[in-house]
Design a protein around this ligand. Sequence first.
Ligand code: URA
Length: 236
Amino acid sequence: MERVQKILAQAGIDSRRKCEELIKAGKVTVNGIIAKLGDKAKTTDTITVYGKPVNIEHKIYLALNKPRGVVTTVSEEHGMKTVMDIVKTKERVYPVGRLDKNTEGLLILTNDGELANLLTHPRYNVEKEYLAVLDKTLTEKMLERLQKGIMIDDKPVKINKINAFQNKATLVIHEGRKHIVRRLFEELGLYVKQLVRLRVATLSLGTLKPGAYRPLTQREIESLTSRLRGRHSKPL
Ligand code: URA
């Protein structure tokens, strides 16, 4: 049993808060009875909003190690292999955010619209950790520039944490701008030979091999959702 507003938010109706308002306004029914705030329901119950039945799917959460050369789109453009060709599920899932075609690593796929929104919306400040293998050694001076905040399109890129050794760097950012890591190093005259996403918020890639995927554990799902809700301004 879950709170009705949670079920509605997960079904993509609106945010939890807005769904609470819909319940308070008497616009929601559960099995034909007007729901009250605080009511709980099962995902097998018939829920309506403004008289229309809500499509409640079974929620799926997956972690994929996206291999290089695969695109993060749902439609098959130009005959390229997509992450949807790798992940086979009964219910449709969607990638949360994007990775470049040549970036590897952690990609979350889900049909939980609320979690996807929490993880990708800039206001939630979600941390992402990357490993970049560069064509040259990263010097102290370059490291300093990165730490100060390199300007890209007139906006500095804030790096929460960076560790570098020779031509390898791991960095934690909460940016969602396209090609941001590659562009950062390009500004320093370096080329990113390999880019791997190691972590998104509290979820780590771990030992998943490229092309492999697994369901998230209940604990991992709870860690992602509960730490995001109510902690909107702090990096996760
Ligand atoms: N930064 C990039 O440059 N590429 C990605 O895929 C992700 C972050």
